[in-house]
Design a protein. Sequence first.
Length: 563
Amino acid sequence: MASTPDQNRTPAAGAPAAAAAAPRKTRRHRGEGQWAKGHFTPLNGNEQTKKDDDGLNVRTRIETIYSKAGFDSIDGADLRGRMRWWGLYTQRRPGIHGGRTAILEPEELDDRYFMMRVRIDGGRLTVAQLRVIGEISQEFARGTADITDRQNIQYHWIRIEDVPEIWRRLEEVGLSTTEACGDTPRTILGSPVAGIAADEIIDGTPAIEEIKTRYIGSKEFSNLPRKFKTAVSGSPLLDVVHEINDIAFVGVEHPEHGPGFDVWVGGALSTNPRLGERLGAWVPLAEVPDVWAGVVGIFRDYGYRRLRSRARLKFLLADWGVAEFRRVLQEEYLKRELIDGPAPELPQAQWRDHIGVHRQNDGRFYVGFAPRVGRIDGTTLTKIAELAGQHGSDRLRTTTDQKMLVLDVEEAQIEALVSGLESLDLQVRPSPFRRGTMACTGIEFCKLAIVETKARGASLIDELERRLPDFDEPVTINVNGCPNSCARIQVADIGLKGQLVTDADGEQVEGFQVHLGGSLGLTPGFGRKVRGLKVTAAELPDYVERVLTRFRDERTDGERFAQ
Ligand code: SF4
């Protein structure tokens, strides 16, 4: 793949010349803002901002101007646009009611502090890295540090003055915030047990590292139509929500060629959710980065840039279909045929989150533990790093369920580690409620939020543990602060979409639209949006208790919540 396309003059690198591009059977032939069709004139403000200056270039201004002159010196297009390319968003100004989210101007919602996302590809951390993350949290982020459901760590309360020093400390231990947000290739999800799982089909880590080295922070892919999400897992548990990524590589055993990856494209949630589809192609480990770059190239060149709401890869895939997508990938980007391959087998395990104590392929053990809804703090993170080190481990992983693992624990160290974690309220044997509940950032910090999520999710866990102490079925409860589905509303047993609802007194209060019966893995599908089923936040524990009790009392043998 050649260098970054000059969108002012020429078609995108790796793409056919616009004039030579064959007409495709899409529903819309014109006006979608596709570079490969010659549409280089920005059709909205976001595209104009990216054309005016590459998002990656804002780093120099942060280091040399904004961090020295302070918040008020930040250019508006940088503040609300390009800073995302370095993992920075302004956070929500405290005290603004959710009902005002949609009617206020951006500057009225902006706080003078930032959310900062630390990119943790594959969820892979060393003890030294976790210690630095914890120290930064304590020193610069008022102790905040949430584990996200894309394996990142997210800080709040970051001052622009401190950003260069935070970068210096992160980069000193091999971490970064590069392209953690923005219209870029985001953090690459990886199996939390890559390289250590006894049942692993293939370890995708080398491919993740290669993609990172070659392409993250490169201007070749720093101006995509929107965000681009990647997942790679060779675990038979299918533990990286591969169905809802723009591209996913899923471990399979090819009958002739051996272990490799089945390629999925076009998954995404938010509004118009869509599960990814198989290309029907098998890719060996060494070719994953090229195939990845080919698919990102298609997205960059053919992706829709006219409307932000149609700019994800799923819309292009919906118009093209899988066969056309694979043809373009092969003919125009890879210049070769892909090998046909088998589909992955569906996992039978009810939990796929790696919580608990499990034996590794080398005879040692890994220990998975659960904070509440991914909320943790800097002091606790440094204590986890200390505990892991004291018990002979140098490696940890974050998961796509807002949980963490300590790897490489000798059998004799397990119980001491487990009790050390539990003394920090990090449970290795959690209730199904703590294990299965996730929450997005919500109104505490997110400018798009309508309702509170983290504290509400944590108190829901406590309440359900108190009310249903004997409930032992796997259940997932995903609490979202708005329709954007950062915490995966549509694929939870109980998905909760934050909105204002009318209570019994006719007042507009925080509440949720309920989606029931969504799932990934064994029976992938979206939950049903139960017509008219909205609960106020105050009613939430009663409602969830009723749903769970009814399920427990009425289920047939072996029936799972998602069925
Ligand atoms: Fe913010 Fe909405 Fe995403 Fe929650 S789902 S983090 S409220 S954008």
